[in-house]
Design a protein. Structure first.
Length: 208
């Protein structure tokens, strides 16, 4: 909790004192912080979304046996309904530490790779990993239903840039470029995937 408080309120001080030989502890902080607050957010969000799930269930019941509705649309709605089931939430809660572990290393690797290309990786991968791990602190906002996850992710990106600047002792511009470049590529890939999915759905329902 002290690390979380310092990461959110005094990030410069935390990153300046971050030890580069404490990767395991930094990993543990990121995994524990993300897992606990995500699980708490799911518990708080379930009562708020109960009406939405009931409405979705009624829509699916009205679609059953309707030949004018494409099967792919029904499957998408069924998947969305199942995603809110207790068993699905429990399964995701158990897998959250694994996802956090993998995503943290992928994020650190991509950020460090861009930093190397830009000549900004002054102190090696451990410095990048420390920046990315402590930058997971704003994911405590996952406990806030609705907008918490969006604010937390934006804050995470900003905090990662602060961490890169302090741990590698580089300029603000270099840190921002190292952090934002992977997200720019990710956004491009997501837009391409969304366009492909939209085209597939239009073809499935018979629209030009």
């Amino acid at each position: 909790m002290q690390t979380l408080q310092q990461a959110l309120l005094e990030p410069g001080k935390l990153f300046a004192s971050a030890r580069l030989d404490r990767g395991a502890a930094q990993l543990g902080f990121a995994v524990l912080n993300t897992s606990v607050f995500w699980a708490l957010g799911q518990l708080l969000e379930r009562p708020l979304l109960m009406g939405q799930r009931d409405q979705l269930r009624r829509i699916l019941e009205g679609m059953s046996g309707n030949p004018d509705v494409a099967p792919v649309v029904q499957r998408l709605l069924e998947a969305q309904l199942q995603a809110g089931s207790p068993s699905w939430v429990v399964a995701l809660a158990l897998l959250t530490p694994v996802f956090t572990f993998l995503l943290l290393y992928v994020n650190a690797a991509l950020t460090h790779g861009i930093a190397v290309i830009l000549g900004q990786a002054k102190r090696g991968f451990p410095a990048t990993f420390a920046a990315c791990a402590y930058a997971c602190a704003p994911l405590a906002l996952l406990a806030v239903p609705a907008c918490g996850s969006i604010v937390g992710l934006i804050w995470l990106v900003a905090l990662t840039a602060v961490g890169m600047k302090v741990t590698h002792r580089i300029s603000t511009t270099g840190a921002a470029a190292s952090v934002l470049a992977p997200y720019f590529v990710l956004c491009c890939l997501m837009l391409a995937a969304f366009g492909t999915l939209t085209l597939a759905l239009r073809r499935a329902v018979g629209q030009p």
